[in-house]
Structure formats: structure tokens, C-alpha cells
Design a protein around this ligand. Structure first.
Ligand code: THU
Length: 130
């Protein structure tokens, strides 16, 4: 993955639309598939547990558009250190490949492969060998 700029920019724009009245913590995510960008922001709920992270909203947007292989993901928040996806989002992303993941704040970018963040993520839940 050589040019993160458009993906990171799209993630910042999506972050503007975060619905986070409870935590006030706004997150944006953008996914690259087949040259197209799909975005998501976090969507909170009064019942806190029903909150959906920006990453999973972006996955839903891409899948609903008919795409199924995620190549790269950018996640942004205005924090001191870049944030990183929760375990649930890592597993949902792993369903659709082993994308590059760029975690960014206003100054810094850290790039991983999803499989570094979730080793053996493609092992089925019934696979007892791992
Ligand atoms: N959140 C995300 O959207 N993505 C992350 O990677 C971390 C956390 C959201 C969930 C919740 O709305 C708020 O940030 C606080 O956890």
C-alpha cells in the first residue's frame, strides 16, 4: 500500500459524521476495495452495548455495495496516540481478507497488516488446531 492519503482523508471526513453523544469520542474509518473507498463512523446508542465502531460501519458499507475483499483500512481519531481497532472489529475485518491497516491521528501514522493485529484470524471458530 503506497498512497494512504486519499484513504486517510476519507476517514477524517467520515469522522465528521460520527454519532457519539455518549462518549464524545469521534472515530472515522475508510476501506479501500478495487480502487473504491467506503467509509464509516462510529454510531453510538443509548444502550451502550449496541454501539457500532467506525470500522464495522465501513465494512458494512463496502459489503452492501457488493465488494468482498478488503485491501486496506484507515482508522482516524483526534487522540494523542493513534487508536487501534477493538477485537470485534479485527475479527470482522478478517472475514474479508488480510488488509493493510493504517492507524492515524493528526500527526502520526502506524501501518500494520491485520494479521499482526489478529494472528490466526482466518481460523474458523470450530478449528481446534489453533
Ligand atoms: N470506537 C470506534 O469506532 N473504533 C475504534 O477503533 C475504537 C472505539 C468508538 C466506539 C465508541 O463509540 C467510542 O469509540 C468510544 O469507545
Amino acid at each position: 500500500m503506497d498512497n494512504w492519503e486519499p484513504l486517510i482523508q476519507a476517514a477524517w471526513e467520515a469522522r465528521e459524521r460520527a454519532y457519539a453523544p455518549y462518549s464524545k469520542f469521534h472515530v472515522g474509518a475508510a476501506i479501500l476495495v478495487s480502487g473504491e473507498i467506503f467509509t464509516g463512523c462510529n454510531v453510538e446508542n443509548l444502550s451502550y452495548g449496541l454501539t457500532i465502531c467506525a470500522e464495522r460501519v465501513a465494512v458494512g458499507t463496502a459489503i452492501a455495495a457488493g465488494l468482498q475483499r478488503i485491501e486496506a483500512v484507515a482508522v482516524v481519531a483526534d487522540t494523542e496516540l493513534p487508536i487501534s481497532p477493538c477485537g470485534a472489529c479485527r475479527q470482522v475485518l478478517a472475514e474479508f481478507g488480510d488488509p493493510w491497516v493504517c492507524l492515524a491521528n493528526r500527526e502520526e501514522r502506524i501501518v500494520f497488516r491485520l494479521s499482526e493485529l489478529l494472528p490466526r484470524g482466518s481460523a474458523g471458530i470450530l478449528d481446534r488446531t489453533v
